[in-house]
Design a protein around this ligand. Sequence first.
Ligand SMILES: Cc1ncc(COP(=O)(O)O)c(C=O)c1O
Length: 365
Amino acid sequence: MSVRFWEPGKEYLRIEDEVMAAMREVLSKGDLVMRQQMLDFEHNLAAFVGTTDAIGVSNCTDGLRLLLEAVGIGPGDEVITVSHTFMATMAVIHHVGATPVLVDVGDDHNMNVDLVEAAITPRTKAVMPVHLNGRLVQMDRLMEIAKKHDLLVIEDTAQALGGAYLGVRGGAWGLAGAFSFYPAKLLGAYGDAGAVVTSDASLAARLRELRDHGRVSKTGFSGWGWNCRLDNLQAAVLDLKLKKVPEWIGQRRRLATIYDEELADVGAIKRPPAPDGGANFDIYQNYVIEAERRDELAAHLAAKGIETLVSPGPVPNHKQPVGLDHFHLPRTEELCAHVLSVPLNNELGEEQVLEVAGAIKDFYS
Ligand SMILES: Cc1ncc(COP(=O)(O)O)c(C=O)c1O
């Protein structure tokens, strides 16, 4: 048996009838751009996250960039974030002309909140926590620090739809958050898609303008904007899949528990951190282990037909040619040398998890 890392085709076939019915409705009516299906999805997504507004956009990267632009972050400003993320988090800060200031991560692979205050300067305008792998940053402490220093909090929730900390979902803690619906995500589109969430009505209105050329009416514009709209066809599919998200999260959490139990005695690996005293509701977008002899383990699993992924890494993002290699981030660098994501997707079964865990145990025995 081979175990694929993700299986969008298999998921599609399982829900094909519903998907095709939704697509037929959109296509036969010719409702292609900014129509009811997109408004419905925005409404349902905001209700799910716990914000007043959701704004569909072309992808999470555009969502984060529009957010920074909408709140006026630009040249001369600094934004604190992490290198241990997908490159897009740092890229958007660069693209609005601001400077990314990187802090190291902790054992939960997320922003080490203890390091944030030391990174604040008079130029710091915002902090961008990344809820990596479906697990939230310690948001209560981060919000306190942000409040004390008058910083905006913009959450990169690309990987954490449905993840919560102290009962508050990712995207509902800060001023705003941006989600990715890239096909490999828990809620995946059939192509690129994203959304921004916020409970700030004027920010929501500004984002709606910016994503659609700055348009405020059929013929009126409030200034320069972009074309970063969410396609209606994608929105229709996302809206029907959103209803399945709680079930998919439950399945991922069950499978993660099996990995946890099966791998508990393997001394050469560190499993993802246990939930933080019950405060963190992890949706396991990824199940990431830290492994000794990581590359050999990955090769061993590949030989058995088991796909894995090294991300972020092996080269840390701040060591890529983006002009950020002056940051000294020892835990980030250590993680990039050891992290390995093993299969965990909406289509994975218990038997496959046991097979992967068995192959890992074989390797180290
Ligand atoms: C943490 C993080 N931020 C941002 C992004 C960018 O998302 P998108 O591909 O939708 O632009 C991703 C995508 O994988 C991500 O994982």
